[in-house]
Design a protein around this ligand. Sequence first.
Ligand code: PAP
Length: 324
Amino acid sequence: MANTVEEEILPRERYQKLISSFPLFEGWGPLRIRSYLGFWYPEVHLAGLLAFRDQFKPRDTDIILCSPPKSGTTWLKALTFATVTRKHHELSSRNHPLLRLHPHDCVPLVDEVYWRGQASELENLAAPRILSVHAAYQLLPECLSSSHCKFVYICRDPKDTVVSGWHYLKEMMPETEPVPFTRAFEMHCEGISSFGPLWDHQLGYWMESLRRPSKILFLKYEEVMQDTGKHLRKLAEFLGYPFTKEEEGAGVAEEIVRLCSFEKLKEVEGNKEGDRGYKELAIKNSSFFRKGKVGDWKNHLTAEMAQRLDGIFTEKLSGSGLSF
Ligand code: PAP
């Protein structure tokens, strides 16, 4: 009862004035992004982020999936959810949640829950809570750095991230003139992209994963794609849900890989139909399953563009040990 008044005011109302003071960039068309503590954030997500920073109460058993957008979030959600809940949700069941629900409904995006003013939903989740964020490590609530939560980060070759993001934006705003690809590319090169600069996003989690490897598992989409079984086992081990000998014998890991594959999830009814997301930026559920391939950038970037973006990332990440 003590929080009633606070809860009645939606974060987007409570933080409106503060948010309007953050520098605004309008070069992405209707997708307005604002600069906050060194990162560009979609305006619509900011209220959720601020509420998350102010109010989140971590539990040591929490699992937090982190990613820049369009880097493998949906896939990581499915793999983690299936792995962690395998004792409760029979993998071979035709009623498995991943065959009924979008992976984004199995693992909530924390910003979005706060934006809807439904933070109590998080309190009601059973342990271990599997949550997701697109926020940079540098923007997470301070209480998380001293918590014992486990973080899993996934990112992807920036060239494919740029291409995937551009297609997604077109889907999100079918009514409006799309930002030309060359312009979107330019803004990425300048670091002006949702949740970016992408290199600082990657570096925040990368450096923390080096400092505290038992806290952050750092994954790359391409590596997971190359050997999904190997990385699934690594994920399961890291989260404290390793596959037993009996499970290995029964092919459980392979079953999870199949259940979470692009081909399988793309065909799930709930992933083919309907919309989701913020009211202002609704998007078709199917938009999260476009091609699911490594290297689609070759169909969009010239050799010169590819070289330029690679050069920028090589320079920005130099000395960190992270490369693509
Ligand atoms: P989000 O940040 O908006 O949640 P995210 O899931 O990170 O998006 O990225 C979507 C990309 O992952 C899409 O890539 P594409 O545009 O290059 O095709 C999508 O196809 C791909 N993807 C979604 N599910 C899977 C999966 N199960 N396996 C492999 N790739 C996947």
